[in-house]
Design a binder for this molecule. Structure first.
Ligand code: HEC
Ligand code: HEC
Length: 148
Protein backbone atom coordinates (compact mmCIF):
# COMPACT_ATOMS: atom_id res chain seq x y z
CA UNK A 1 0.00 0.00 0.00
CA UNK A 2 1.38 3.42 -0.79
CA UNK A 3 0.59 6.69 0.90
CA UNK A 4 -0.98 8.43 -2.12
CA UNK A 5 -4.66 8.39 -1.09
CA UNK A 6 -3.73 9.73 2.34
CA UNK A 7 -1.68 12.53 0.82
CA UNK A 8 -4.56 13.40 -1.54
CA UNK A 9 -7.01 13.44 1.34
CA UNK A 10 -4.79 15.82 3.28
CA UNK A 11 -4.46 18.09 0.23
CA UNK A 12 -8.23 18.00 -0.38
CA UNK A 13 -8.96 18.83 3.24
CA UNK A 14 -6.46 21.67 3.16
CA UNK A 15 -7.97 23.09 -0.05
CA UNK A 16 -11.51 22.90 1.34
CA UNK A 17 -10.47 24.51 4.62
CA UNK A 18 -8.77 27.30 2.73
CA UNK A 19 -11.51 27.95 0.17
CA UNK A 20 -14.44 26.83 2.29
CA UNK A 21 -15.46 30.34 3.42
CA UNK A 22 -15.59 31.44 -0.24
CA UNK A 23 -18.54 29.08 -0.72
CA UNK A 24 -20.36 30.18 2.39
CA UNK A 25 -24.07 29.56 2.73
CA UNK A 26 -24.94 33.16 1.79
CA UNK A 27 -23.64 32.51 -1.73
CA UNK A 28 -25.73 29.42 -2.27
CA UNK A 29 -28.97 30.39 -3.92
CA UNK A 30 -31.41 27.73 -4.95
CA UNK A 31 -35.13 27.30 -5.42
CA UNK A 32 -35.45 26.53 -1.71
CA UNK A 33 -34.20 30.02 -0.89
CA UNK A 34 -31.62 30.99 1.70
CA UNK A 35 -32.60 28.36 4.26
CA UNK A 36 -29.70 26.50 5.85
CA UNK A 37 -29.57 22.93 4.55
CA UNK A 38 -30.38 21.40 7.93
CA UNK A 39 -33.50 23.57 8.42
CA UNK A 40 -36.93 22.79 7.05
CA UNK A 41 -37.44 24.92 3.95
CA UNK A 42 -40.05 27.64 4.07
CA UNK A 43 -42.79 27.60 1.49
CA UNK A 44 -41.97 30.08 -1.25
CA UNK A 45 -44.65 32.68 -2.06
CA UNK A 46 -47.08 31.02 -4.39
CA UNK A 47 -47.47 32.77 -7.71
CA UNK A 48 -50.62 32.80 -9.75
CA UNK A 49 -50.98 30.56 -12.78
CA UNK A 50 -51.04 32.35 -16.10
CA UNK A 51 -54.62 32.47 -17.38
CA UNK A 52 -55.69 29.62 -19.67
CA UNK A 53 -54.81 30.38 -23.26
CA UNK A 54 -53.98 29.02 -26.69
CA UNK A 55 -50.96 26.70 -27.20
CA UNK A 56 -47.63 28.48 -26.64
CA UNK A 57 -45.12 28.84 -29.47
CA UNK A 58 -42.38 26.18 -29.28
CA UNK A 59 -38.71 27.23 -29.36
CA UNK A 60 -37.30 24.10 -30.97
CA UNK A 61 -39.04 21.29 -32.76
CA UNK A 62 -38.34 18.56 -30.19
CA UNK A 63 -39.59 20.69 -27.28
CA UNK A 64 -42.28 19.26 -25.02
CA UNK A 65 -44.98 21.91 -25.46
CA UNK A 66 -45.55 24.15 -22.43
CA UNK A 67 -48.88 23.78 -20.65
CA UNK A 68 -51.07 26.76 -21.59
CA UNK A 69 -53.56 26.22 -18.76
CA UNK A 70 -53.90 25.97 -14.99
CA UNK A 71 -53.12 22.50 -13.57
CA UNK A 72 -53.95 23.19 -9.93
CA UNK A 73 -55.07 20.02 -8.19
CA UNK A 74 -54.48 17.84 -11.27
CA UNK A 75 -53.38 14.51 -9.87
CA UNK A 76 -51.17 11.97 -11.54
CA UNK A 77 -50.74 8.77 -9.57
CA UNK A 78 -50.71 5.03 -10.01
CA UNK A 79 -54.47 4.75 -10.47
CA UNK A 80 -55.42 8.07 -12.01
CA UNK A 81 -54.01 10.56 -14.47
CA UNK A 82 -56.03 13.77 -14.70
CA UNK A 83 -54.21 14.90 -17.86
CA UNK A 84 -55.37 11.85 -19.77
CA UNK A 85 -59.01 12.58 -18.97
CA UNK A 86 -58.70 15.31 -21.61
CA UNK A 87 -55.57 14.51 -23.64
CA UNK A 88 -55.93 10.75 -24.27
CA UNK A 89 -56.90 9.55 -27.73
CA UNK A 90 -60.20 8.39 -26.24
CA UNK A 91 -61.12 11.79 -24.74
CA UNK A 92 -59.42 14.54 -26.72
CA UNK A 93 -62.24 15.20 -29.14
CA UNK A 94 -64.82 15.74 -26.47
CA UNK A 95 -62.54 17.95 -24.36
CA UNK A 96 -61.10 19.95 -27.26
CA UNK A 97 -57.53 19.21 -26.07
CA UNK A 98 -54.60 18.26 -28.27
CA UNK A 99 -54.23 14.47 -28.27
CA UNK A 100 -50.99 13.12 -26.84
CA UNK A 101 -48.28 12.61 -29.38
CA UNK A 102 -47.88 9.21 -31.01
CA UNK A 103 -44.31 9.13 -29.66
CA UNK A 104 -45.86 8.70 -26.18
CA UNK A 105 -46.87 5.14 -27.05
CA UNK A 106 -43.32 3.87 -27.58
CA UNK A 107 -41.62 2.36 -24.56
CA UNK A 108 -37.94 2.67 -23.76
CA UNK A 109 -37.12 -0.52 -25.65
CA UNK A 110 -38.67 1.07 -28.74
CA UNK A 111 -41.74 -1.18 -28.66
CA UNK A 112 -44.97 0.44 -29.93
CA UNK A 113 -47.80 -0.03 -27.45
CA UNK A 114 -51.58 0.41 -27.32
CA UNK A 115 -51.41 2.57 -24.21
CA UNK A 116 -49.25 5.43 -22.95
CA UNK A 117 -45.74 4.27 -22.17
CA UNK A 118 -44.76 4.25 -18.50
CA UNK A 119 -41.89 6.57 -19.41
CA UNK A 120 -44.45 9.15 -20.56
CA UNK A 121 -46.99 8.66 -17.81
CA UNK A 122 -45.83 11.46 -15.50
CA UNK A 123 -46.68 14.29 -17.88
CA UNK A 124 -45.33 17.11 -15.74
CA UNK A 125 -41.85 15.60 -15.83
CA UNK A 126 -41.59 17.22 -19.26
CA UNK A 127 -44.60 19.53 -19.72
CA UNK A 128 -44.57 22.51 -17.41
CA UNK A 129 -47.25 24.98 -16.37
CA UNK A 130 -46.65 28.71 -16.59
CA UNK A 131 -46.43 31.41 -13.96
CA UNK A 132 -45.22 34.96 -14.49
CA UNK A 133 -41.97 35.02 -12.46
CA UNK A 134 -38.55 36.57 -12.93
CA UNK A 135 -36.01 33.99 -14.16
CA UNK A 136 -33.56 32.76 -11.50
CA UNK A 137 -30.67 33.27 -13.90
CA UNK A 138 -30.40 35.41 -17.01
CA UNK A 139 -30.19 33.65 -20.32
CA UNK A 140 -30.06 34.65 -23.95
CA UNK A 141 -31.69 31.59 -25.41
CA UNK A 142 -33.43 32.22 -28.71
CA UNK A 143 -35.85 30.05 -30.64
CA UNK A 144 -34.40 28.18 -33.60
CA UNK A 145 -34.67 30.26 -36.80
CA UNK A 146 -37.37 28.13 -38.43
CA UNK A 147 -39.70 28.71 -35.49
CA UNK A 148 -39.05 32.43 -34.99
C1 HEC B 1 -60.11 19.70 -18.54
C2 HEC B 1 -59.33 19.25 -19.68
C3 HEC B 1 -57.81 19.27 -19.58
C4 HEC B 1 -57.03 18.68 -18.61
C5 HEC B 1 -57.47 17.90 -17.37
C6 HEC B 1 -55.64 18.94 -19.01
N1 HEC B 1 -55.61 19.66 -20.19
FE1 HEC B 1 -53.98 20.22 -21.22
N2 HEC B 1 -55.12 21.19 -22.59
C7 HEC B 1 -56.50 21.19 -22.60
C8 HEC B 1 -56.97 21.95 -23.75
C9 HEC B 1 -58.43 22.18 -24.11
C10 HEC B 1 -55.81 22.39 -24.43
C11 HEC B 1 -55.74 23.15 -25.72
C12 HEC B 1 -55.92 24.62 -25.62
C13 HEC B 1 -56.12 25.18 -27.02
O1 HEC B 1 -55.82 24.51 -28.03
O2 HEC B 1 -56.54 26.33 -27.08
C14 HEC B 1 -54.67 21.91 -23.66
C15 HEC B 1 -53.36 22.15 -24.02
C16 HEC B 1 -52.26 21.49 -23.43
C17 HEC B 1 -50.90 21.51 -23.93
C18 HEC B 1 -50.40 22.29 -25.15
C19 HEC B 1 -50.36 21.44 -26.38
C20 HEC B 1 -49.68 22.15 -27.53
O3 HEC B 1 -49.78 21.62 -28.65
O4 HEC B 1 -49.03 23.18 -27.35
C21 HEC B 1 -50.16 20.74 -23.10
C22 HEC B 1 -48.68 20.44 -23.20
C23 HEC B 1 -51.04 20.24 -22.07
N3 HEC B 1 -52.32 20.71 -22.29
C24 HEC B 1 -50.63 19.41 -21.04
C25 HEC B 1 -51.46 19.00 -20.01
C26 HEC B 1 -50.99 18.28 -18.84
C27 HEC B 1 -49.56 17.85 -18.61
C28 HEC B 1 -52.06 18.06 -18.05
C29 HEC B 1 -52.11 17.40 -16.68
C30 HEC B 1 -51.22 18.01 -15.66
C31 HEC B 1 -53.24 18.61 -18.73
N4 HEC B 1 -52.80 19.20 -19.90
C32 HEC B 1 -54.54 18.52 -18.28
C33 HEC B 1 -57.33 20.57 -21.69
C34 HEC B 1 -56.92 19.87 -20.56
C1 HEC C 1 -40.37 12.25 -21.25
C2 HEC C 1 -40.98 13.53 -21.59
C3 HEC C 1 -42.49 13.59 -21.81
C4 HEC C 1 -43.48 13.07 -21.00
C5 HEC C 1 -43.33 12.31 -19.68
C6 HEC C 1 -44.72 13.43 -21.64
N1 HEC C 1 -44.48 14.14 -22.78
FE1 HEC C 1 -45.88 14.96 -24.00
N2 HEC C 1 -44.42 15.54 -25.29
C7 HEC C 1 -43.07 15.43 -25.07
C8 HEC C 1 -42.35 15.92 -26.24
C9 HEC C 1 -40.82 15.97 -26.38
C10 HEC C 1 -43.32 16.36 -27.18
C11 HEC C 1 -43.08 16.96 -28.56
C12 HEC C 1 -42.51 15.96 -29.52
C13 HEC C 1 -43.40 14.78 -29.67
O1 HEC C 1 -44.48 14.90 -30.21
O2 HEC C 1 -42.98 13.71 -29.19
C14 HEC C 1 -44.62 16.10 -26.55
C15 HEC C 1 -45.83 16.38 -27.12
C16 HEC C 1 -47.04 16.39 -26.44
C17 HEC C 1 -48.29 16.97 -26.93
C18 HEC C 1 -48.48 17.68 -28.27
C19 HEC C 1 -48.84 16.68 -29.33
C20 HEC C 1 -48.99 17.33 -30.68
O3 HEC C 1 -49.52 16.64 -31.57
O4 HEC C 1 -48.56 18.46 -30.90
C21 HEC C 1 -49.24 16.77 -25.97
C22 HEC C 1 -50.69 17.21 -26.01
C23 HEC C 1 -48.60 16.04 -24.88
N3 HEC C 1 -47.26 15.82 -25.21
C24 HEC C 1 -49.23 15.66 -23.72
C25 HEC C 1 -48.65 14.82 -22.77
C26 HEC C 1 -49.40 14.20 -21.67
C27 HEC C 1 -50.87 14.41 -21.39
C28 HEC C 1 -48.50 13.46 -20.98
C29 HEC C 1 -48.76 12.54 -19.80
C30 HEC C 1 -49.69 11.44 -20.02
C31 HEC C 1 -47.19 13.63 -21.61
N4 HEC C 1 -47.35 14.44 -22.70
C32 HEC C 1 -45.99 13.08 -21.15
C33 HEC C 1 -42.47 14.93 -23.94
C34 HEC C 1 -43.12 14.27 -22.92
Amino acid sequence: MNGKPVVMLIVATAVLTWYGPLFSQEDLRSLRGMNPIEDTSKNPDSKRWEPDGAPIQRDFVQQPPLIPHDTKGYQINLKFNKCLTCHSWANYEESGATKISQTHFTNREGVEMANVSASRYFCTQCHVGQRDVAPLVDNEFEAVKVLQ
